[in-house]
Ligand binder design. Structure first.
Ligand SMILES: Cc1cc2nc3c(=O)[nH]c(=O)nc-3n(C[C@H](O)[C@H](O)[C@H](O)COP(=O)(O)O)c2cc1C
Length: 224
């Protein structure tokens, strides 16, 4: 195997990887629901039924006050007519980005179905009681890590960190409703949502929903 990979240049091996090779689902944009949330939920249910691995992992792109972007994957907690919900620490880099610039974008790709969805809009923090409910639904390990805090800061001492996490585990055991004051449930309120359905003949179908001032969604088909 290493012989083969040694001989074939990386760029050629990348080019040889098939995309959209599987049997892909149908998408008839003229029969799509009026709301992009309804279509997202439809696609997500189909992804869950057909065993797409971790379809709830989405990419979140934010930008800082200077407009410098960064993105990372996180767990989608819920979606409804208010928008796409995710949770993180407000003191993390993404939390600081969102405080300085609430405009963000979420994207996901489900290769098994050749489907990409992206949503863009402002992100708002949910009230503390909703963030607390999300926090308390997490595992004790995840809660202890979050209580120690400092996400994305340099790890100076693994031992000290482990000791701090162990202390937080004890605190949680003694007071199970302990909540991190900075853990935040956020909602991305969509202004525009695009659904992209791959087609093996490359005539990909793209449908974008744009929210109008009236609150209605305008639908536009896009060139692939
Ligand atoms: C599959 C997966 C799920 C993740 N879920 C979350 C999550 O729900 N919330 C979170 O804050 N970080 C989550 N992370 C970690 C983030 O990707 C990221 O490393 C962390 O939040 C720090 O990001 P930041 O430095 O941009 O703030 C997840 C990572 C992966 C790979």
């Amino acid at each position: 195997m290493s012989d083969h990979t040694d001989r074939v240049p990386l760029r050629d091996r990348l080019r040889a990887i098939p995309t959209f090779a599987t049997e892909l689902p149908e998408f008839a944009p003229d029969r799509a629901p009026d709301s992009p949330v309804a279509l997202f939920v439809e696609w997500l249910e189909e992804a869950l039924r057909s065993g797409v691995p971790e379809p709830h992992v989405v990419n979140l792109a934010t930008a800082d006050a200077a407009g410098r972007p960064s993105s990372r994957f996180l767990i989608l907690k819920d979606v409804d007519e208010s928008g796409w919900r995710f949770a993180s620490d407000s003191t993390s880099p993404k939390g600081r980005d969102l405080a300085a610039n609430p405009n963000a974008a979420i994207a996901c790709y489900w290769p098994k179905q050749g489907r990409q969805i992206r949503a863009r809009g402002p992100v708002v923090p949910e009230p503390p009681e909703r963030s607390a409910a999300d926090f308390l639904a997490r595992s004790p390990e995840a809660r202890a890590e979050a209580l120690v805090g400092g996400q994305s800061e340099p790890l100076v001492s693994a031992e000290e960190r482990a000791a701090a996490v162990a202390r937080e585990r004890e605190r949680i055991a003694a007071a199970p409703d302990t909540v991190s004051p900075t853990w935040t449930l956020y909602t991305l309120q969509p202004e525009s949502v695009e659904f992209w359905q791959a087609s093996p003949d490359r005539r990909h179908i793209r449908l974008r929903y744009d929210r109008e001032l009236s609150g209605e969604w305008r639908r536009t088909l896009l060139r692939p």
